[in-house]
Design a protein around this ligand. Structure first.
Ligand code: XIL
Length: 378
């Protein structure tokens, strides 16, 4: 059983303070606070039937402004499913395909479902790449994440040439209906809109926004709901793993869609680096914030760029810790239903092999991050 505890607090009259969280006399976690008031969320695993969480300040006084807990919930029995992105050309590589089927439970086409690929010209569809991946997944009992119906910054040029707002909206809706329709029984989960926001939390200016205003996001979700009322619909975004204006804007955007019953989940892309990776506590609090809106949360595109001057072994260990921390945060929340990494082998990473970002090295040997993440999700 796992519960999430959120404390808002600060060290009172000292630089740093620590709160020890225990249940029935057993220490569960320690949470550190500095002088500024911050919100910290941690996962605890209280023994069955335990009703109280005890807090004790260790060393130095702590002022706690608020404490909230989620009720203990049984974790998913077999752990969080691990998925990967794949390209159509990789399906025919026997070594890579074997690593995929033995390690992952779902596949995300890395590019093959993007608008410019599936509908390169208006009403001329090309599903060859996506079919290759979906057929492979079906043959091996793997789920498929549909990524992505709308990637506003990568809208094909022919859409822009339509100029008139109504025509652009029609093209958007037709596109979504056609792609969802083709895979209705085989793809149960879609990134409907990918990366609508910029780092300031404003809508990115692009073809769709310029023609339709912010309402294009809702238009897309409505079209997806209508095309397959049972599919799980996601908003997928980068750089919202930690607090800030972009995360706030994403919360507001999906809260509005959730109120209208148009969305089921949020994807945290989690493209990160050894230096910039969010902590487990940060992720847990982010995931909790989205889960509190009644949404599923998934890590959808994780990779950890690990180029640098430190010795290779150190970097790979650090990378393993970062993957594991993200895995533990996801595992702790029942709302976190899948964990996807953005590729199989470093050799084919979009970040280039030199970044060593994935779970298998360029020779398809498992890296320390693989077992660390598997353990965290189990
Ligand atoms: C990337 C692919 O990995 C590359 O092969 C392609 O050239 C560009 O797109 N966020 C996303 C993904 O949502 O679709 C992007 O995928 C990576 C960043």
């Amino acid at each position: 059983m796992v519960a999430a505890v959120t404390l808002v607090g600060r060290a009172a009259g000292c630089e740093r303070a620590e709160v020890v969280l225990s249940v029935r006399g057993r220490e569960q976690r320690r949470i550190r606070f500095g002088r500024r008031a911050v919100s910290r969320t941690v996962a605890i695993a209280p023994p069955a039937g335990a009703e109280r969480v005890r807090l004790r300040a260790a060393g130095c006084p702590v002022r706690i402004a608020s404490i909230t807990t989620t009720a203990p919930v049984a974790p998913t029995p077999s752990g969080v499913p691990l998925g990967t992105a794949i390209q159509a050309g990789q399906v025919g590589m026997p070594d890579l395909a074997a690593a995929v089927t033995s390690t992952f439970r779902s596949l995300t086409p890395e590019n093959e479902l993007k608008w410019a690929r599936t509908e390169p010209q208006m009403n001329q569809y090309d599903f060859r790449g996506a079919d290759t991946i979906v057929d492979f997944a079906t043959a091996h009992g793997l789920a498929v994440r549909g990524h992505t119906l709308v990637y506003p910054s990568e809208t094909p040029y022919w859409v822009r040439r339509l100029v008139v707002a109504d025509l652009i909206r029609k093209a958007l809706v037709n596109h979504i209906a056609a792609v969802i329709g083709r895979y209705r029984t085989r793809i149960r989960e879609w990134d409907v809109v990918n990366e609508a926001l910029d780092w300031r939390g404003q809508f990115q200016r692009n073809t769709l926004f310029n023609a339709l205003g912010p309402g294009y996001v809702e238009d897309a979700f409505r079209a997806a709901r209508a095309a397959d009322p049972k599919a799980k619909l996601f908003y997928n975004e980068n750089g919202i793993e930690g607090p800030g204006p972009k995360q706030e804007a994403a919360l507001a955007l999906v809260a509005d869609l959730a109120r209208k019953g148009l969305i089921d989940g949020v994807g945290l892309q989690m493209h990160t680096t050894l230096g910039a990776a969010p902590s487990e506590a940060t992720l847990l609090s982010t995931m909790t914030a989205f889960a509190n809106l009644g949404l599923q949360v998934e890590v959808t595109e994780m990779d950890v760029a690990a180029a640098g001057l430190m010795p290779l072994r150190w970097r790979l260990e650090r990378q393993a810790q970062i993957y594991a921390a993200a895995g533990r945060a996801c595992r702790a929340l029942p709302a976190c239903t899948r964990f996807t990494v953005w590729g199989v082998s470093d050799r084919f990473s979009w970040l280039t092999p030199a970044q060593l970002p994935l779970l298998f090295d360029a020779g398809l040997r498992p890296k320390p991050a693989l077992s660390a993440l598997q353990q965290a999700l189990a």
